[in-house]
Design a protein. Sequence first.
Length: 133
Amino acid sequence: MERKLAELAKEAAKSAYVPYSHFQVGAVLVAGSGKVYQGCNVENASYGLSNCAERTALFKAVSEGETSFSAVYIYGETLEPISPCGACRQVLSEFCTDETPVYLLSKDLEAMETTILELLPYHFKKTDLNTNV
């Protein structure tokens, strides 16, 4: 784990718009190009329309032409390392390899390293959807 990237994920959480949960989350994705993308969670009064930090960072990156990533960092103000929701796990799996490292971070930057496959072993894959029926 690169400490600087973990700190960038913590920094990203400060921009979170969380008037309902008051739970700030930050994420950093390292693109295949080497460029770093930060994201934070953005809530909405219609809670289902909220967006997680991981998807915010990913959508920013994809909107700028990035489609592959070499590492993911997820930060939360938690005592234990935070884990992404199921929706974020699936969306990340679309653009990361099964082996892409994911660093789950706590408020003191304690990290747990895992992979996309470990987080979501039975994710939908593009190849699963390209079947001739």
